[in-house]
Design a protein around this ligand. Sequence first.
Ligand code: DC
Length: 220
Amino acid sequence: MTSPLVIAIDGPSGSGKSSTSRGVADRLGLDYLDTGAMYRAMTWALLRQGVDLADPEAVATASDGVTLTSGTDPLDPTIHVDGTDVAEPIRTDEVTGSVSLVAAVPHVRELLVDLQRRVIAGSDGIVVEGRDIGSVVAPDARVKIYLVADPAARAARRAAENGGADAAATEAALAARDRIDSTRAASPLVQSEGSVVVDGTHLTLDEVIDTIVGIVDRAT
Ligand code: DC
């Protein structure tokens, strides 16, 4: 019996990972896990408790008391903190501006990687999106995609998602977040061994999904 299909989709902020990953999961009838939402939910919980996010030890200690639950339906992904639906508040500027600090704390990563592996182990087939899926969370994933797009295209997409925010400011914020995510000591964003680079800069969402489904078909 072959093991359940795991598709890892990593890449920088704004590369279109979420829409793409959900689309691929929906097309192939697979579950979907947004690991970025988990780091965001942890950040939301710690902010609400008044934890100093610049203090890694305080973040590590407080993170032990937070219970996260992720729903894996690609058409209706959910995220709860201690039973509270946080799908909306985890997208605020406050959380977006602080999440890299929390994601850089090794103990938080251990907790969340463990949780992510349990979700994967309980699934019959899943698309998992994040930064370290192919490198750390699921290095044996059958298909690993590294999704990129040029910075201006990424910023334009994020600015449009945020109701027409300033694209130049969005590009600078994305660049700052990528810098922290790529240079942190614990599981930085890297293109993992065996991954296929897909550049979505000049493709529509459907074309990116088609490209990845084609890669999956050839690999399975
Ligand atoms: O994909 P996103 O923008 O929702 O991710 C939020 C933050 O979480 C981002 O700054 C990087 C971090 N992250 C991470 O470190 N590892 C992951 N597997 C997913 C996200």
